[in-house]
Structure formats: C-alpha cells, structure tokens
Ligand binder design. Sequence first.
Ligand code: BV8
Ligand code: ZN
Length: 252
Amino acid sequence: MDAELTRSLATAADLLARAQAVAVLTGAGVSAESGISTFRDAQTGLWSHFDPQQLASQSGFAANPGLVWRWYMHRLAAVEAATPNPGHLALAALERQTPHFTLITQNVDDLHERAGSTRTLHLHGHIARFFCNTCQAPYTLHPDDRTAPMPPECKFCTGYIRPGVVWFGELLPEREMWAAWQAADTCDLFLVIGTSGVVYPASQLPVRARRHGAPIIEVNPEPSELSVMADICLRGPSGVVLPQLLMAIRGR
Ligand code: BV8
Ligand code: ZN
C-alpha cells in the first residue's frame, strides 16, 4: 500500500476511534465490488444507449413504461444475485463499535442491511418495493411480473405499478431526509463513500456537516464533486479501504 494511503488511513483511524457520533453517506460505488454497476458508469449492454436520469423519472416512465419496467426488473435481478462485499461488512462492524452511527445511503439495494447494518436511511427508496404510480397502493411483485414486457396494472385503479424508488424530480421521503439532516448536523465525523456527489439534495449532507466543523473523510478511487471539502481522501475501492480502516482502528 502506498505511503500516502497508509498515512491517511492512520489519521482517519484516529478520528474514527475518537468519534462519538459518525454519519456516513454511501453511493453506488459501495456496491460496485458486489457487481452492481454504478449509476454513472456507462450502462452495460442493452441499456448502454439509455440515460438513467431519463429512465428514472416520471416522464421516462410515461414515455415508455415497458422499457422502464424492464430496466428495473434487470437491476432487481442483479441486486438479488449480488452479495454484500467487505466494504458493506466493514460499515456494519463500524456501526457496532461506534456510540452513535447513522448510515445514509443513496442506493436502492439492500446490501447494507444484508451485511448487518441496522439503522440505514434510504434517501432514494428501495428497488425491491413496489406501489401504484397513480393511487400509491402497495403492490407485491409476482414471479411472472419479472419477465413481463409491461408493468403490472393496479387492481384498485388503472395505474401502472412502479418500483419504490425516488425518481429525478420527486421529493425524498420526509422521515429519512429529516433523520439524515439531523445526523449530518450533530455528527462529529462524516464519511462520504462511493458517491460522485452529483445528486441533490443528498450531496448537501457533507456540506451541512462541514458547516459545524465535522471533519470529512472520503473513500473513493476517483475524485468526486465532494473531494474538495474532504479533510482526508482515501483513494481506493471501499471494499479494500474500509476493512483496512477497521484494522487500523483495531491496531491503534
Ligand atoms: C429533488 C433512485 C426536489 C432511482 C436516484 C440541477 C442542478 C442541481 C440539482 C438538480 C438540477 N436539476 C435537477 C436537480 C435535482 C435532481 C438532481 O440532483 N439531479 C442531478 C443529476 C443534477 N435531484 C432530484 O431530482 C431529487 N429530488 O431534488 O426534489 C423537488 C423540488 C420541487 C419539486 C419536486 C422535487 C431526487 C434525486 C433522486 C434520484 N434517484 N436513485 C434509481 O436508482 O433508479 S439517484 C441515483 O443516482 C442513485 O440513487 C445513485 O446512488 C445516485 C447518485 O449517484 P452515485 O450513488 O454517486 O453513483 P455514481 O454512479 O454517480 O458515482 C459512483 C461513485 O462511486 C463514483 O464517484 C465512483 O468513482 C465511485 N466508485 C466506483 N467504484 C467504487 C467507488 N467508490 C468506492 N469503491 C468502489 N469500488
Ligand atoms: Zn392504483
């Protein structure tokens, strides 16, 4: 491991070992090593010529409900086939050893929960939940829905069923937002892991933490929109860096 990363890990481990209240924001990068492609990576294969921001929107769903439905069924299958990676597991271990620990995720997969994280705030919803786009009635996915060319129709109205995720242009869930803002405003350390920091308002959370003086640690192999405000940048994949961070804390 390069000397710079070793030094940064030791400093980050010091901050984490002393922190009483840690807030974490994760993005698609934390699931990349579980084989789930990130939102901004070129979409793989048959989806490569579609813009995810268009597909993940009311206008995209209205324009082509079948295409959007098949995109989500494709992504849902990838999530169900994936397993948590060492980065997810390290975050669950960190939660167990930190007095106050809030994990805020932009991801719609359940890999944090499957890794053992217990208090995860999903700002952008859950890909494995479904409801009617017109009357909001909850819906349980049926096996044949997974290969259907069109979304199922609601049995209470004529609406289409959609995934329980927050689309672009939609408001974030109030309870999760409030709890996330609260965690950012009261933490004494903020971690930003695997996110490009492009999507609003999630990207404002580290800004709020910084505003009251909480140090910010970024874990990302690449620079992001949030790197400029990070006190420590751990440039590596979260599945490698987070277990190293955990070992550095234990080795202190
Ligand atoms: C809202 C669910 C208000 C769906 C998602 C102009 C300027 C600013 C803002 C806007 C604007 N125009 C519109 C907006 C608002 C818009 C927005 O932010 N747009 C962006 C694109 C500019 N936001 C909204 O619409 C939000 N709602 O603002 O409502 C409102 C007000 C009035 C009336 C109505 C509404 C709603 C946003 C939620 C959108 N839904 N997901 C689905 O998943 O299908 S967002 C989607 O992008 C995913 O959740 C994803 O997580 C998220 C963010 O991307 P990242 O997670 O960061 O992933 P990304 O691919 O970008 O980056 C991956 C990173 O990982 C990279 O940095 C990479 O280097 C790193 N990485 C790679 N491998 C690894 C790694 N890191 C660590 N380890 C590795 N191994
Ligand atoms: Zn309905």
